[in-house]
Design a protein around this ligand. Structure first.
Ligand code: C2G
Length: 129
């Protein structure tokens, strides 16, 4: 089974490792769409700390990840799922319900987020110290 997931994966942390490893366990080939810097600016009105090339390289270096591509637009999710022939779409449960529309082309699974870790909190901690 081919599994696809999406994310920014900025300031890569243990929550990112956990979701990638658990996503891979649902199948045997894991494809990750890493959102581009411009998509992040559109989503969060700021650029990520690490640029898209570094973020993609880090995700690609994780042993359970088989393939990485750039997610350029939120509107292209259906095309990405079809293009990569994904059987399962995995997202953290902060996105619960948001991608149910893709149930017609793949299984949609929301996994619980890892508690008490986020890129936003890490940036805040570094800033405050
Ligand atoms: N995540 C997690 N636990 C955390 C933090 C993040 O399980 N403590 C998961 C998120 O739920 C998401 C993935 O890690 O599934 C990537 O998180 P982000 O980098 O924050 O991704 P985001 O900016 O939400 O982009 O098209 C969808 C978007 O591109 C998702």
């Amino acid at each position: 089974m081919r599994v696809i997931t999406f994310g920014t994966f900025d300031v890569f942390h243990i929550g990112h490792v956990n979701i990638l490893e658990r996503a891979k366990e649902l199948g045997d080939y894991l494809i990750v769409g890493v959102s581009t810097d411009d998509l992040n600016f559109y989503k969060k009105q700021r650029y990520p700390i690490y640029n898209e090339r570094s973020r993609a390289q880090i995700v690609n270096a994780i042993h359970c990840v088989d393939e990485v591509f750039f997610e350029e637009s939120l509107e292209l999710k259906r095309e990405y799922i079809l293009e990569h022939k994904a059987d399962i779409l995995v997202m953290g449960d902060d996105w619960k319900g948001k991608f149910d529309e893709f149930c017609d082309i793949c299984q949609v699974v929301y996994l619980p987020r890892t508690a008490e870790v986020s890129t936003t909190e890490i940036i805040k901690t570094v800033r405050d110290n």
